[in-house]
Design a protein around this ligand. Sequence first.
Ligand SMILES: Cc1ncc(C[n+]2csc(CCOP(=O)(O)OP(=O)(O)O)c2C)c(N)n1
Length: 638
Amino acid sequence: MSLIRKFEEQVLELGREGHVAGSVHLCLGQEAIPVGAMSVLQPGDKVLSTYRGHGWALACGADPFALMAEIGQREGGVNGGRAGSPMLSAPEVGFLGENSIIGAGLPIADGVAMADRLQGGSGVVLVSFGDGAMNQGSTTEAMVFAAAKNLPVIFVCENNGWSEMTPISATTRGEHLARRGQGLGIESRVYDGNDPAAVAEAVAEAAALCRSGQGPVLLEFKTVRLSGHYNKDIQHYRPADDIEAAQLADPLLRLRELKDLSEEEMARIDVEVANEIREIAERVRQAPAPSPTGVLEHLYAPDLPIPAPREAVVKDIPYFRAVNEALKDALRRRGEVMVYGEDVGFAGGIFGVTRGLQKDFGADRVFDTPIAEAAILGSAVGAAIAGMKPVVEIMWADFVFVALDQIINQASNVRYINESRLSAPLVIRMQQGVTPGSCAQHSQSIEAILSHIPGVKVGMPSTPHDAYAMTLAAIEDPDPVIMIEHRSMYQDSGPVSLAGPSEIAAGAVERRSGNDVAIITWGAMAAAATAAADALEMEGVHAGVLDLRWLRPLDDEAIERIVKRCGGRVVIAHEAFVTGGFGGEVSARISERLFETLRAPIIRVGTPDVRMPSSPSLQEAVLPGVADIIAAVNRVRS
Ligand SMILES: Cc1ncc(C[n+]2csc(CCOP(=O)(O)OP(=O)(O)O)c2C)c(N)n1
């Protein structure tokens, strides 16, 4: 505890001296919680913490210099200066990291625990968070999910009474936050978090419950914040008597009583630790900034080799069955593949994509979840970090917005922040787009939003064969991949070569090889584009059609080839709204790289800015189609 105290005080000092860019959030006053907990957890157990988590990293056994260097954003930092104070991690000692998105670590902890059980382990996963985080949706979702699956997760609420500058009492009813756990059917207990012995006893009991299959457990530790919310916080909002009360409850004073240490003995320990920490701080002051040479590295793993061709049965099957065949193939070949989501298990999905999988592969690997998208995605991030290959379904693309954090702030960051020591190779499947009668909340094309995120890959299969081959490529890929299917194509049949993995998650395909005009497209519009090209062919116009298939990574070479071959006449067609659609990105890249080749302005065909109406006749009035593509081709040729 003294080590954490001196460490944090030294960090404060480094900040004052200007050795730390930005803010740091110290755990002064909360030292007893990580120390008590880690005194009873076992090797192999895992910890995820709140962003106020330096103490957890130290208690897990991370190297204090590497931690302090990270906080000071120096070379030698535990994350190479990529994480800083609020996202640092030390996976080699079981510390899977802090999280600076409040409440986001809890669903991830679920996934780590789920992976452990599926791998036959008996570990527990402890995740800490503040009192304010109790009010996050992801917190409740994670508890519901963990309860549904009896996961060995110890949820540790460090209740210091403050959420940034607001007392928890001002926003939240009830004396004990842990009561909420009882409502969710979770064993929930309240303890004095300033007493390391009480913490140790509580965590030991919770761990025993978890190991015996009675998890999860929620522990609320009442504690104090001895400093401001962050290092430069002058606490103008905090009553003096609250600060005094916190000082009187200082867990280090309690430790002294507990251990029956004299003032001299305590002072001796303090001096020893302070000297050690001072030396570390001096090394941090002298450490250079990290070299920018590798700043773009570790975003993705290097490309996999292209799988060797295999003999295959070719079958005419619908698109939805092609995805099903891919999942079946992956579940059969790889024990770490798991498939889950809402209605995905017993019923086989609302569109039948996962039909039969639970029967064939069991309810441990193919299962239904609570309606809790943050828990579905977050648990998949955690399970992927822990060595599983989760393939999760978001029933409708429009629903992913309630849980985007787990993609944008979590999955995307794992490899980069950990310099490839950890990765999160999950696959997220969803379906999107307009079908007759679909309303404005069940019809959006969201690929541009997801393709904006470095660290994830985005695929959009437009044929049954691609639905099969690209889904398998996504599952084989070592990074997070989002597969966006199109509901309107689910019943479309076509030949599928059931060859197992045959390609990597990259690469566009030319569907028509004309050289008068390039139509660049993807997803559901690929069929409209080829139909337009066929109609134009009858009029003697040879349009080339490039189906991008993967928006991230984007096949720039294929784009360049077709634009040059078609003499710089380009139409880009997608179902998504034109404004901010991915067509804007493709168009900008062509302008930047191939400006001299262009003979006419690039034309984008897409849905105009409108909310999608439900009536099929109104939908038809705004949706782009074959006629719009033909009109655009004629414009660029004129
Ligand atoms: C999702 C999200 N919302 C808001 C914030 C801004 N924020 C950072 S810390 C914090 C307070 C968190 O309070 P609590 O959970 O009690 O943790 P403590 O600060 O007490 O450790 C807030 C609101 C954030 N980082 N993430």
